[in-house]
Design a protein around this ligand. Sequence first.
Ligand SMILES: Cc1cc2nc3c(=O)[nH]c(=O)nc-3n(C[C@H](O)[C@H](O)[C@H](O)COP(=O)(O)OP(=O)(O)OC[C@H]3O[C@@H](n4cnc5c(N)ncnc54)[C@H](O)[C@@H]3O)c2cc1C
Length: 423
Amino acid sequence: MPITRRRLLAGLGASALWWQPALRAATTKAKGKVVVVGGGWGGLAAAAELRRLAPDLDVTLLEPNASFFSLPLSNAWLAGRIELGRLQRDYAPAAARHGYRHVQSKVIAIDREQRQVHSTGGRFDYDWLVLATGIRHDYSAWFAGDLVAARESSSRYGAAFLAGDDMATLKRKIDDFAGGDLLMTIPPPPYRCAPAPYERASAIAHLFKQRRIKGRLIVLDPGPGILGFRQLFAERYADQVTHITHANITLVDLATKTVATEFDSYRFDDAILMPPQQAHDLVWQAGLIGRDSSGKPTGWAAQDPLHLHATGDERVFLVGDVLGAVSPLFGYYTKTGHMAVRLGMIAAAEIAARASEAVPPALLPDSICHVTSDFALPEGIRIEASYRQRGDGVIMQTAHQQRNAQPRGEDAAWLDQTLAKIL
Ligand SMILES: Cc1cc2nc3c(=O)[nH]c(=O)nc-3n(C[C@H](O)[C@H](O)[C@H](O)COP(=O)(O)OP(=O)(O)OC[C@H]3O[C@@H](n4cnc5c(N)ncnc54)[C@H](O)[C@@H]3O)c2cc1C
């Protein structure tokens, strides 16, 4: 049965892409080597979906860690609401189950001309490459070229926006905090999971209140904040949280433990300093960063908004938080795990079709994000976004937020169900 764009789009519902027998039938003869770099939400979804859609493809996942760590629900772990084991899973059983290779290695460079990936575990040739390495912190915005200050900020006051050691350090910092001023900066947009810093602030406020800590969390926020959280901090955590909106950081002085904004300066006893974010180093190394109209790097990948291949290189697909703007109407797709999974599956469908010389499908993602607003109750916010193409091809976004007074474990159910499919 031929694949038509209409049939593929017809299958796009809320839980969209675990489907499409038509696509599978057309791609079982797909041949070639695919290298997936990064075993986060996006990379894992791409690898599993590639094997499902095109079992003859040779798929290798390059990821330096032996186990996956979920940032979604990590704030619930900080708040003592769930066990660490729920967030962590080994890669090896998943690779065996789905039928791809996981090579535990760190990628050092991508040679697009030779179609080769250089890693600590050796060199890998590819016919198609999926780059799903997430974000990097841009300390140059605060410290220019001072790498010592950047390292110090990262090691002593880490942002904990990357999976791994950072999160354990943050948990120790919060658990050991005896009192005083804990300062947290929120990055300017775009950054991964827009509500995550607010959810984290709420977890910390809950712990301070529960443990009767004589401490204050000062949140420096470059924007207006999120309404639900502004109310929460003002009404339920007024003694624990000072939320300063429209606070643009002008100086971070680690020696005096001071952060200055255009209006004021704040001394801290301890801090969680979240600098601006950009696409991961490898996107820069591979020459895949976009440029704005003045020629300045955007900080994020340049890709085809619909098919997700790199601008000017249809052998490289970009997935997850690395993505640059996709629409003049709303800019970036929301940078969430849910979205990264959808994008990973779309990239897999693209590659599977190309590898069998079929016409690539035109698929659009969706995103659902469960955020805990108050860990004491618990109470949440559900943020949903869906996308469609306008007649002129421009991607449109419909998004809405809803207070979820009785979440009853929806977030944990999402985590378990999604991981069961991709990991
Ligand atoms: C505190 C917090 C809470 C969040 N909560 C939610 C939530 O509730 N729901 C939600 O949907 N999203 C949430 N997010 C956002 C979500 O975590 C990200 O959007 C998601 O992880 C993006 O997936 P990714 O695959 O693009 O990147 P990542 O998940 O970061 O994966 C990147 C992978 O690349 C690997 N890698 C890095 N460098 C290399 C290299 N050189 N070689 C090989 N591999 C490499 C990394 O080890 C990592 O495994 C949250 C984020 C944070 C920080």
